[in-house]
Ligand binder design. Structure first.
Ligand SMILES: NC(=O)c1ccc[n+]([C@@H]2O[C@H](COP(=O)([O-])OP(=O)(O)OC[C@H]3O[C@@H](n4cnc5c(N)ncnc54)[C@H](OP(=O)(O)O)[C@@H]3O)[C@@H](O)[C@H]2O)c1
Length: 392
């Protein structure tokens, strides 16, 4: 095996969903991983990482891992000269996976700070270390508001669905410009919506795909409680009833501006493809890590109904400019819960994957079957949507 520096990857975002799985994948392949991150309210970074290793059954890989508490907003990452110098010696390959993934406009300042401002010190590290390669983890949705085919090319959109997309597009531009000017070889990875592991169902974060299902489950449980414990008067008024077979008739509508699909990939496909790209990167290239067969909303509604034991949910077209007239509080609640995800539920765009397929031929997202969906949702429910640190 080549020396440690040659097998070291400097990684940010390792305490997050994609970063943690990437860290585990790297350790499994024998890499040394130096994580740049921060402590949480109650735990040092090193302890957070040890906890993650235990969740991945990788406790024995601890010696391949170094934790470095860094402040991305400070020059030299807030490290003293000696520590920064040592980091530069091993930082031949750097993967930037840290991000604030909030879509909420009220978080605009924090999202832009975390995703754009914090980049400068990390990019300087790549230049100071004379890094062989820098990999920036972006998102397929950095493409912004556009139609048709999104190419594996620099972003041209001028408007975005939310501040998260906007910040990732800005970060891509800054990374591209910096790396071109300072001679740092780089790649940009653009995954679409990532859900749990296709074989085990394990995930670490339960937004995106999970959030609408969690929302429906929440509404379902309120109705069942009303029927079983409070006589069900309110539910009857809303046309909601519980059949003798235990299936809840839940006449709810998912209002979408247009028909479309949701581009979903499992975390294991993301990791496998990302590792493949990191080991054979093309310089200055952009890679869509997306699915060629995204499920449409009818499929997702069918899967959700089967999983939740409900019937009666329908998808209907909706004019965003029309006044909102929710027919009952359950519908009103669902509308509110789905609001920020609505644009991603009716996407008609496709993602060109020429670069990814050239570099990682034969690797593709598995078909989004009911079994896979059920496995991932069962895991999410069992760990109470991430509230419990459930081990596999
Ligand atoms: N999840 C998806 O479906 C998806 C899809 C496409 C692209 N992506 C991209 O994949 C990457 C990872 O996303 P994720 O879903 O794994 O996110 P996540 O679970 O929310 O994790 C975010 C990570 O970034 C770190 N971070 C955020 N702000 C930071 C700051 N100011 N300083 C230091 N660390 C900071 C977090 O550290 P703490 O734990 O200390 O907060 C955490 O490790 C992001 O670049 C995202 O844009 C994700």
């Amino acid at each position: 095996m080549p020396d440690v520096a040659n097998r070291t990857i400097v990684l940010t975002g390792a305490t997050g969903f994609l970063g943690a799985f990437l860290m585990a994948g790297l350790l499994e392949r024998g890499y040394h991983v130096t994580v740049l991150g921060r402590s949480s309210k109650h735990m040092r970074l090193a302890d957070r990482l040890s906890q993650l290793l235990r969740r991945f059954n990788l406790g024995e890989a601890e010696e391949q891992l170094s934790a470095l508490e860094a402040d991305f907003f400070k020059k030299y990452l807030g490290l003293d000269a000696e520590t920064y110098g040592s980091l530069c010696e091993v930082a031949r390959k750097i993967v930037l996976c840290a991000s604030n993934t909030s879509f909420a406009e009220r978080n605009r300042a924090q999202v832009l700070a975390a995703n754009v401002d914090s980049l400068h010190s990390l990019l300087e590290l790549a230049a100071d270390a004379n890094a062989e390669h820098l990999c920036y983890v972006s998102t397929a949705y950095a493409a912004g508001k556009c139609e048709g085919i999104c190419m594996e090319a620099p972003i041209t959109a001028a408007s975005f669905t939310n501040v998260y997309e906007e910040s990732k597009a800005k970060a891509e531009r800054i990374t591209t410009r910096f790396c071109a000017e300072r001679g740092v070889p780089f790649s940009i990875l653009r995954p679409s919506v990532v859900y749990g592991h296709s074989q085990t169902g394990i995930a670490l974060k339960f937004n995106a795909l999970y959030y609408p299902i969690k929302s429906l489950l929440y509404v379902r449980d309120i109705c069942i409680k009303d029927i079983l414990e409070q006589g069900g008067k309110r539910s009857r008024q809303w046309g909601i009833s519980l059949g003798a077979d235990g299936v809840l008739k839940l006449p709810l509508t998912i209002h979408l501006a247009k028909g479309g699909s949701v581009n979903l990939i499992p975390i294991d496909y993301f990791v496998e493809t990302a590792l493949h790209i990191m080991e054979r990167p093309g310089v200055g290239r952009i890679y869509h890590i997306t699915s060629n067969h995204p499920p449409d909303m009818a499929t997702l509604v069918d899967y959700s109904e089967r999983f939740l034991g409900v019937q009666g949910i329908r998808v209907s077209s909706w004019d965003p400019s029309a006044p909102k007239t929710a027919s009952n509080p359950a519908q009103e609640l669902l509308d509110r819960l789905l609001e920020q995800y609505r644009p991603y539920l009716s996407d008609r765009r496709t993602f060109d994957r020429s670069c990814t397929e050239e570099l990682a031929p034969g690797l593709s997202a598995p078909p989004f079957t009911y079994d896979l969906f059920e496995r991932c949702m069962a895991y999410a429910v069992a760990c109470d949507w991430g509230q419990e640190n459930r081990l596999p």
